[in-house]
Design a protein around this ligand. Structure first.
Ligand SMILES: NC(=O)C1=CN([C@@H]2O[C@H](COP(=O)(O)OP(=O)(O)OC[C@H]3O[C@@H](n4cnc5c(N)ncnc54)[C@H](OP(=O)(O)O)[C@@H]3O)[C@@H](O)[C@H]2O)C=CC1
Ligand SMILES: CC(=O)N[C@@H](CCC(=O)OP(=O)(O)O)C(=O)O
Length: 343
């Protein structure tokens, strides 16, 4: 009998779910036991993802018995769905790692204010935590429910938190300019992500009102104690994968380039998926990896921090597996790609 950890994936027909399967097939400690979908329930995995092997038929997410005897359940579902599934599961049930937003806020009201819906299982929130691994390892390793961060908050928080934590921020807001590839919007067709609408053009969307603003502000407070404003404007750019964040941080005069360099080198030393690079990072250099590349420059009154991640890996499936590794007591890098192909 195999002594591998049994995992299930709810939402296996989407981009997040597909990337989880791709990565978990190369993970030495786990066996993928169950896969589910909604409109695609009944389809074979390889007909939905010809890049993946034919490992089974996707069942209906709402069949509760699917998830009972697993060790880990990944949910890659629209907002509100994973907590509704959790509410139906008899206890004890697997540790739940949600790629969506249901477990990103500690309070049900905060979730409801941002997502305009009820939380499906508020009684589970005290056993949950935010899955930003580099800043929350200890708590993640003991949590029952993990809310993996959104893709934009991942790229931004991992870039600006070291500076805030070190007390370098001067008065003023943190400004984040985010640029995401189209897979960030999920697999379902919409007019905004339809090929002619997005190819050969770029645009900002939801300036200042994106749902990732409260998520960033909440995590900023949690991990650095700062309560300031995050000004965030996301942009959709015509690439499949990749997310770039350019962050403008007002800093006091006594923060020298030498202090910035030592801070970032220590950050890299402590975090195996953080790489400090000596020129602005490219989405092409992190594609297919769980890395975040970071570069920072000092101007007269600010530090500009530039980060690049693969939105489907470090921004979603890879980061969720990094959390799973902590829950399992494994090295956090197990089964995760540090380097990728280029070009
Ligand atoms: N894409 C990204 O870069 C990132 C995504 N996320 C988050 O991860 C989650 C999944 O995103 P992503 O994979 O991109 O989305 P997709 O749209 O690609 O996939 C959504 C999945 O949810 C299923 N689904 C849709 N409606 C329902 C429903 N009513 N009940 C149950 N299942 C349903 C779909 O099933 P079917 O195909 O059968 O309809 C599909 O498996 C979202 O919460 C997203 O915000 C987080 C970080 C980054
Ligand atoms: C390009 C694009 O559309 N990206 C998505 C963010 C993807 C993500 O991380 O969303 P969740 O917070 O729901 O997990 C957006 O801006 O809505």
């Amino acid at each position: 009998m195999s002594n591998k950890v049994k995992v299930g994936i709810a939402g296996a027909s989407g981009y997040g779910g597909g990337e989880l399967i791709h990565l978990l097939l190369n993970h030495p400690k786990v066996e993928i036991e169950r896969l589910s979908a909604e409109s695609n329930a009944g389809e074979r995995l390889s007909s939905l993802f010809p890049n993946l092997p034919d490992i089974g038929i996707l069942e209906k997410t709402s069949s509760v018995s699917l998830w009972n005897d697993l060790d880990i359940l990944f949910t890659a579902l629209p907002a509100g769905m994973s907590s509704r599934i959790v509410a139906t599961l008899p206890k004890p049930h697997p540790v739940v790692i949600d790629l969506g937003p249901d477990y990103r806020f500690a309070k049900a009201d905060d979730f409801s204010n941002v997502y305009h819906m009820e939380h499906g299982a508020p009684e589970t929130l005290p056993s949950s935590t935010y899955g930003l691994v580099e800043w929350n390892r200890e708590t993640i390793s003991k949590a029952r429910y993990i809310g993996s961060p959104g893709c934009f908050p991942t790229g931004a928080l991992l870039g600006f938190l070291p500076f805030l934590h070190a007390g370098f921020l001067d008065k003023g807001p943190v400004i984040v300019d985010g640029k995401s590839g189209v897979s960030g919007a999920g697999r379902a067709l919409t007019q905004d992500t339809h090929y002619p609408e997005i190819a050969e053009g770029m645009k900002a969307y939801k300036p200042m009102v994106h749902r990732h603003v409260p998520e960033m502000e909440n995590a900023m407070n949690l991990f650095s104690g700062e309560t300031g404003e995050v000004i965030f404007v996301p942009h959709l750019i015509p690439i499949n994968r990749g997310l770039i964040s350019t962050i403008y941080l007002p800093v006091s005069d006594d923060v020298t380039p030498g202090m910035i360099e030592s801070l970032l080198l220590k950050y890299q030393e402590d975090n195996p998926f953080v790489r400090i690079v000596n020129s602005p990072p490219s989405s092409a250099h992190v594609r297919g990896t769980n890395r975040i590349d970071i570069h920072a420059v000092r101007s007269k009154k600010a530090v500009v921090v530039m980060t690049a991640i693969d939105n489907l890996i470090k921004g979603a499936a890879g980061q969720a597996i990094q959390s799973m590794n902590l829950v399992l007591g494994e090295d956090e890098m197990t089964g995760l790609p540090l380097w990728g192909a280029f070009p």
